[in-house]
Design a protein. Sequence first.
Length: 90
Amino acid sequence: MDNSEYLDDEPYETDEIWPQKEGGPKEPWNQRRIPRSQNRSKGAEMPSLSDVFDSPNPIELAVEIDRHTLKEPFKHSRNKGRGFGGLPRL
């Protein structure tokens, strides 16, 4: 993720890469530190592939997202039919 557009002195917050609203757990492998304005503007959107790689354990994150999408759909309409890294689920 490129944070170059954010101010150097802007406070950072802990962000769930896979939003809790969409089934994401509060686990260390699902968290990252990002600028406050970026965190507040992104909403409950499924992570992109580059977001998944921001995880301290991207493989575990990807596996858990995939496992979840096999059992139940996401709540937000923009996430329906999505799986690992926000890629379309066939």
